[in-house]
Design a protein. Structure first.
Length: 197
């Protein structure tokens, strides 16, 4: 359907609903009369829907979907969900490659970061926000206020970015980590597993 405008696409989808309704009803061995009894929709309306002479609406399709026990998108032939892969352009600065994992401006921003070995840990700085780091591979040195810690794979740190901070590879190997940053101080919400009784 590439190249079609929205109205043309809508008309194409709607024109396929009638034959699809008829096929699903016949596959289930139901008559128009039986479907009418279950849904409360008149036989003539059901017949016009299947023949494409009546425009489908949610008020008509929902009871039919319930009666046939099929998802609504199966009745209308909803197009498949788009490609879920994130195709972000990497940002490369000072030996650090950042892959944005979020696309919307503002709010929490997520990055996968790879820092090459040998890059010095920059001078600590401060700014508004809140950050959460999670190490995937390598070792990450975090300078945070009076703390100087090394995080290893599977370890995480979270901090207010108004505290002087800086981070980079610890040692002579690259480090790979996830960074979630809330520019207005948004914090991660971590849900704990419920206790078993």
């Amino acid at each position: 359907m590439d190249g079609m405008d929205d109205d043309t696409q809508l008309d194409a989808v709607l024109s396929e609903v009638g034959p699809r309704l008829r096929r699903i009803r016949r596959e289930r061995g139901a008559t128009l009369g039986a479907l009418s009894e279950v849904t409360g929709i008149s036989v003539s309306t059901l017949s016009r829907l299947e023949a494409g002479r009546r425009r489908p609406s949610l008020e008509l399709l929902l009871p039919i979907a319930r009666a046939h026990q099929v998802p609504l998108d199966e009745l209308v032939g909803a197009p498949p969900v788009g490609d879920p892969r994130v195709r972000a352009k990497p940002i490369v600065r000072h030996g650090r490659t950042m892959l944005p994992l979020t696309r919307q401006p503002g709010g929490l921003q997520a990055y996968k970061v790879v820092q090459e070995a040998g890059a010095p840990v920059p001078e600590p700085r401060t700014h508004e926000g809140y950050e959460w780091l999670y190490v995937l591979s390598g070792r990450l040195r975090l300078l945070l206020g009076d703390h100087d810690v090394v995080l290893t794979p599977g370890e995480a740190a979270e901090f207010d970015t108004r505290v002087p901070h800086s981070f980079g590879p610890a040692g002579d190997a690259p480090v790979e980590f996830l960074s979630l940053f809330g520019p207005q101080g948004e914090r991660m919400h971590v849900r704990a597993r419920p206790k078993r009784g």
